[in-house]
Design a protein around this ligand. Structure first.
Ligand SMILES: C[S@@+](CC[C@H](N)C(=O)[O-])C[C@H]1O[C@@H](n2cnc3c(N)ncnc32)[C@H](O)[C@@H]1O
Length: 253
């Protein structure tokens, strides 16, 4: 039984370039999908992309600012979030083919090897951790309905050879993720580790995997979130992403 009120809140984002509804007391997005969308690099103009577990639709809304000509698809298991994402895509005039479905049933929705790009901010934690009480959050944050191995199987099924998978994931599961990726013919080609500040261990990583390609990895520069964590002052790079949202490359390299 869901214990959320279904009350929605409208949030303008990236200086009003996008507007989106979020549930007041259900699952709400944080900085992770924003950093992931900024990390995504797409080099084909007209290509098919799918967001697995789209939530409020934030990732595709952000990507549409950089890559308006993509053919957008989204999958979301939770009806409450599916309805919010649909509303958000309509509100921002973004044409997205969205499916209210468990991504484990991906074969019902799409043909194999049919996507150029897959993007996802999936549930991070195994179910043996203390689960949050809110049902919507539980399914969003914990591997209740999908786990890492299952996600990679879905991605392998969807991507064309040389297609790319962009993922944000917690650093403590990095080696596990690499192993599962390799088992599914997905090669890690680029990774950027995310740090809350310059004196902490990495919390997350942003990764680009390529299907059926040879080895060769770029380890990107660190992405540091706070200049001053105590006073919640963001670094110039994160400020830039939140204000302008192009590709986060402020120093031109
Ligand atoms: C961490 S949230 C990310 C939501 C959104 N992409 C964002 O970045 O804010 C993970 C999302 O995956 C969805 N999800 C979990 N298991 C799923 C499954 N088996 N099939 C489809 N979506 C699923 C959750 O409902 C949730 O919306």
């Amino acid at each position: 039984m869901s214990n959320i009120s279904n009350e929605l809140e409208l949030t303008p984002f990236i200086r009003g370039k996008i507007k989106l509804y979020q549930s007041k007391d259900g699952y709400r997005f944080n900085l992770d999908p924003v950093l992931l969308s900024s990390f995504v690099k797409i080099n084909k103009k007209k290509a098919k992309i799918v967001d697995l577990g789209t939530g409020s639709g934030i990732i595709l809304l952000l990507l549409s600012l950089k890559y308006p000509e993509l053919d957008f698809y989204a999958v979301e298991i939770q009806n409450s979030l599916f309805e919010i994402a649909k509303k958000n895509f309509r509100l921002n005039n973004l044409n997205v083919k969205i499916f209210n479905e468990d991504m484990k049933n991906i074969r019902r929705l799409f043909k194999p090897n049919s996507f150029d790009y897959v993007v996802s901010n999936p549930p991070y934690f195994k179910v043996d951790k203390s689960l949050s009480s809110n049902e919507e959050e539980k399914i969003a944050k914990f591997e209740v309905k999908i786990n890492l191995k299952e996600i990679f199987k879905v991605v392998k099924y969807l991507l064309k050879d040389r297609g790319k998978f962009f993922l944000v994931y917690p650093s403590f599961r990095f080696t596990e993720c690499l192993k599962v990726a390799t088992e599914n013919k997905l090669e890690l080609k680029k990774v950027r580790f995310v740090y809350a500040d310059a004196n902490s261990n990495s919390t997350h990583f942003l990764a680009e995997f390529v299907k059926s390609t040879k080895e060769g990895l770029i380890i990107d520069k660190p992405l540091i979130i706070y200049e001053n964590r105590k006073n919640k002052i963001y670094t110039e790079e994160v400020k830039y992403i939140l204000e302008k949202f192009t590709d986060g490359e402020i120093d031109g390299n």
